[in-house]
Design a protein around this ligand. Structure first.
Ligand code: BMA
Length: 326
């Protein structure tokens, strides 16, 4: 007998087949963003999007690849987070010598202390892969603050929504681990510490590399974070963890399982196969909405209840693994 089709209900709890694990529910209108062959800059792929809610609207910044496969960052706006209207031109495109091969993977943070938006994006050029920041008050015009880590290939950075102990905080990824760093001015980052790394001893899904997802969500229990991991077959999956509020290098809880893996055709086949890669996990009422790139070609949306996600990560207490240092 075939399994009955799953009916989308954002207030329901979705579990994997044996019921042992929470899973994200794909929105029935997903993918929610497609490339547009009429525009050179976004003709091939649109993926890995940042999403923030502001002034009653959803705002998306997405990585777009043109016919030359160079990435720019496009902007789209929505009243419901599902149906999007794109701007005709990108809001950020390669302009600096450290960006000549593209600006990639935006993660946008509303900063409570500074009352402005910071975009973390990856600059790609013959100089290497550099984590950069830009600042905006209106989400369209961005002022570059420049690269924040130089001299090494580094990416997957995202700014925390408030200062901790009077300093800015961000994740970054020094392969294969997620790191946290601190700054007084957003330009010089120090006190880097490893947060978590791959777990080769855990069945494989996060055995190779891990990297941060969207903006950490502050909860009474700690910072709730989503992250991606890939295995030796290069399959990108998503999961979550909980970090200490005052010291986010401290993992309070990290469940063994994942929340989502490539299963739909557009997650399995695209520009890069088998990829669910997220740069945004906004809290929308009582749900966490996870926007993610499907196979580096389209933007997907999957959701779960905030309470379910907290229960999932809290159940992982005591499961935190020791990190693998580079
Ligand atoms: C990572 C990043 C992402 C991409 C992923 C899968 O290294 O470059 O932009 O989605 O690989 O290809």
């Amino acid at each position: 007998m075939t399994k009955p089709a799953h009916v989308f209900d954002p207030t329901a709890t979705l579990r994997n087949d044996d019921g042992s694990r929470l899973m994200l529910q794909r929105h029935p209108q997903s993918p929610v963003l497609y490339p547009n062959p009429l525009h050179r800059w976004e003709a091939m792929n649109v993926f890995n999007a940042a999403v923030v809610q502001h002034a009653g609207l959803f705002h998306m910044h997405f990585r777009a690849q043109g016919v030359d496969f160079i990435s720019s960052i496009g902007y789209a706006v929505s009243s419901d987070g599902v149906n999007w209207n794109k701007l005709e031109h990108p809001v950020l495109y390669p302009q600096e010598d450290y960006e000549t091969r593209g600006v990639e993977d935006p993660r946008v943070t509303w900063h409570e202390d500074d009352q402005c938006f910071y975009m973390a994006y990856t600059a790609y050029s013959p100089q290497g892969i550099m984590p950069c920041l830009a600042k905006s008050h209106n989400l369209i015009q961005w002022e570059r603050l420049g690269p924040v880590i130089r001299g090494e290939d580094n990416k997957d950075h995202v700014v925390f929504p408030r200062k901790i102990g009077g300093r800015y905080v961000m994740f970054h990824r020094r392969p294969p681990n997620i790191w946290v760093a601190f700054s007084d001015d957003l330009l010089t980052w120090t006190d880097d510490r490893v947060v978590m790394g791959p777990r080769p001893d855990l069945g494989g899904w996060d055995e190779k590399r891990v990297g941060a997802g969207g903006v950490p969500i502050e909860t009474p229990h700690g910072w709730l974070i989503l992250y991606h991991a890939y295995d030796n077959q290069h399959v990108y999956r998503l999961s979550a963890a909980l970090l200490d509020l005052d010291d986010p290098s401290k993992v309070l809880s990290r469940p063994q399982g994942f929340l989502m893996e490539p299963a739909e055709t557009w997650e399995i086949r695209g520009d890069v196969p088998n990829v669910c890669f997220s740069c945004a996990n906004p809290l929308v009422e009582s749900q966490v909405w996870v926007y993610y790139g499907g196979a580096d070609r389209v933007v997907g949306l999957a959701t779960c209840k905030y309470d379910d996600l907290l229960t999932f990560v809290l159940a992982g207490r005591g499961e935190a693994e020791t990190v693998v240092l580079p």
